[in-house]
Design a protein around this ligand. Sequence first.
Ligand SMILES: [Fe+2]
Length: 282
Amino acid sequence: MAQEVTFVHLTDLHIGDPANDDHLFSDTRQTLEEILRLVATIEPKPSFIVASGDLSNRGDAESYVALRDMMDATGLPVIYALGNHDTRAGFYTGMHGRQEDLEAPYHHDRVIDGVHIITLDSSTPGFIGGSIEEAQFAWLETVLDTHAALPKLVVCHHPPALGEGPDVTHWRHVVHEHSVRLGEMLRGRNVLGILSGHIHHDRVSIWHGIPVIVGTGQHAATDILRTDVLRMVRGSTFGIGTIRSSGLTMAFVPLPTDRAELNVYPLSLMRERAAPVPVAAE
Ligand SMILES: [Fe+2]
C-alpha cells in the first residue's frame, strides 16, 4: 500500500429529476455537481470514489447514464454499490450497456493502490431493508482469501444490524441473521471499515471491532431526534477517507443547510416493506 491512500465516500446520491419525481426532495444532480467540484480540490488527490448505493432515486436507466457521465468527468475510479432505490436492470443497462442477466446481484472486488475493496449487493428487490443471499456469502468467503494480506474496505449500502437480536427497525439495516453471519466472516480479516448509507445520517459504530461508517449522503438527511416518525430534512454530507498503516480515518464534509423539513413518513410504512426474511415480533 502507498504510504497514505485518500478516497471519497459518497452515498445515497438518488440521481433523478425533481420536476418529474414526487419522491425526490432535492436537486440531487446539482448537489452532486457541487460535491464533485469540492472533490476536485482535495489534496492529496483521492485514489478512488466510493458510491455506496441508492445511486438513482427511481432506478431508471437514464439516471445511471447521467451519473456515469458526471462521475467519468472526475477521471477517478468509482466503486458503485446498489441500494434499495436502485434497480439492477436499470443499473446494468444505463451504467454498462448490458442487455442480459439483468437481475443478477452486483457484487465485485477490486484492488486500488494496495487497498482491497469488496462491494456487496445488499439490495432486496421490492423491499427497503437489506439482505445478502447465499451465493453472495459463498463469493465473499472466497474473495476474502484472494488478497489476504491487503487492508480491506467493504462497501455495502445497508449497514449491518448492530444489536443482539432482530428489532422493529430492521428496515434500516441488513437483516439481523445475515448481519451476524457477515460479522463472523469479516472478523480478523483486516477489514479497515464498512462504508454504508441508507439511513441518511452520519454515524460511526464499532461493530465486532470493525468501524461501520454511514454517510448522510446527497439527497436528504434524517432528523435523528424524531423517533416517532421518519422525518427528512434538507442536508447533504460526503466523506473523505484516509488509510494509513495505523488504520482508517473518516472526515465528514457537510454542505451548508437550513435543515428545513422535506417529508415525514410514518414508521409503519417502512416496517411493512422492511425485508423478506421473517423477523420475530413483527
Ligand atoms: Fe437512500
